[in-house]
Design a protein. Structure first.
Ligand code: NDP
Ligand code: MG
Ligand code: MG
Length: 340
């Protein structure tokens, strides 16, 4: 069984005399910086001179300087700029890393695929909250935690894991539980998950279901509700109680039909496709492709991003969600007046 670490397993005093440089003030950056700061840790935010995030970080009361200056003052450098720009930012700050410092990540891509090769003498760790940054911040403010992953890639001080756990405590992850993994496992499972299931898989499942209904002559509105809107209700049940909660909650007809037909749709062919996707993650083919795509200014990304926006389901959804937002507000208003 996997070890899970909680508040009591983390020694916050590991960060008592440490300065943490948080590079980037986006989704994860703002959450880590503010949570650490509220936990009493000495935080300094590193942003480029013309950064659009500078005002926000300063308005939140944090010290802001350049990534190079922040890294030079810090004992722990938390790299929270987008994965695609991390190698360039790292090249700037590498000369500032001193023996015994920690390079800290929230995702393993650049270390695992050798885009960042840290020198000897420094610890390299990961604390990866399993949620968007805004939830990491909101949970912390509500005295709740966000589950996270811990990994140690390089332990030169002998304290790498202890310090990473203290960092996890500082951002609130040990309140919920921290699971130990490796940079390789975190990176490969994260990328496989977002491609095959979470982002790629689910978007294609929804669009294919929608198109099948519309092509058969059903109305786009009905197809949207059935294939997109209801997805959230089903996923909420799974989130709360697993597949069991979902099967328990739907009708017996839905359960029988789903159990007999689901594996006709997601058949062995899909499993083989998933294995192929996983191969490309494991052998580095996907990483190499994504790195060159960025070097070429993202031609494929730009085209696919636009095509997705132009899909008919997006237009139908926008129209319907507007109607239903109005309905939601009306209901809330009614509830409000009912209370009075
Ligand atoms: P964001 O895209 O939100 O980061 C944006 C921040 O990075 C901004 O402050 C931006 O400032 C700064 N930035 C962008 N380009 C540069 C640059 N060239 N030099 C200096 N600063 C720059 O990143 P995320 O928070 O999404 O991701 C950070 C890390 O966290 C990644 O490793 C990611 O994989 C990981 N992660 C993300 C999760 C998420 O839900 N978002 C979940 C778990 C892990 P500017 O105004 O200067 O552009
Ligand atoms: Mg990811
Ligand atoms: Mg139904």
């Amino acid at each position: 069984n996997t070890d899970i670490y909680y508040d009591d397993d983390a020694d916050g005093s590991q960060l008592e005399n440490a300065t943490v440089a948080v590079l980037g003030y986006g989704s994860q950056g703002h959450a880590h910086a503010l949570n650490l700061n509220d936990s009493g840790v000495d935080v300094i935010v590193g942003l480029r001179e013309d950064s659009s995030s500078r005002d926000a970080a300063e308005a939140d009361g944090l010290d802001v300087t350049t990534p190079v200056e922040a890294a030079s003052q810090a004992d722990i450098v938390s790299v929270l700029v987008p994965d695609t720009v991390q190698p360039a930012v790292y090249a700037d700050i590498e000369p500032e890393l001193e023996e015994g410092n920690t390079l800290q990540f929230a995702h393993g891509f650049n270390i695992h695929y050798n885009q960042i090769q840290p020198p000897e003498g420094i610890d390299v760790t990961m604390i990866a909250p399993k949620s968007p940054g805004h939830l990491v911040r909101r949970n912390y403010e509500n005295d709740e935690g966000t589950p996270g992953l811990l990994a140690v890639y390089q332990d030169e001080t002998g304290d790498a894991k202890e310090r990473a756990l203290a960092y996890a405590k500082g951002i609130g992850c040990t309140r919920a539980g921290v699971v130990e993994t490796s940079f390789r496992e975190e990176t490969e499972t994260d990328i496989f998950g977002e491609q095959a299931v979470l982002c790629g898989g689910i978007a294609e499942l929804i669009k294919t279901g929608y198109e099948t209904l519309v092509d058969a002559g059903y109305s786009p509105e009905m197809a949207y509700f059935e294939c997109m809107n209801e997805m959230k209700l089903i996923v909420d049940l799974m989130y709360e109680g697993g597949l069991g909660a979902m099967w328990d909650s739907v009708s017996d007809t839905a359960e029988y039909g789903g159990l007999t037909r689901g594996d006709d749709v997601i058949d062995d062919h899909v499993r083989e496709n998933m294995e192929e996707v996983l191969d490309q993650v494991q052998n580095g083919e996907f990483a190499t492709e994504w790195i060159s795509e960025n070097q070429a200014n993202r031609p494929v990304y730009t085209q696919l991003n636009q095509a997705e926006k132009d899909h008919e389901i997006e237009e139908v959804g926008e129209r319907l969600r507007e109607l239903f937002t109005w309905a939601d507000e009306a209901t809330e208003d009614e509830e409000e007046s009912a209370k009075v």
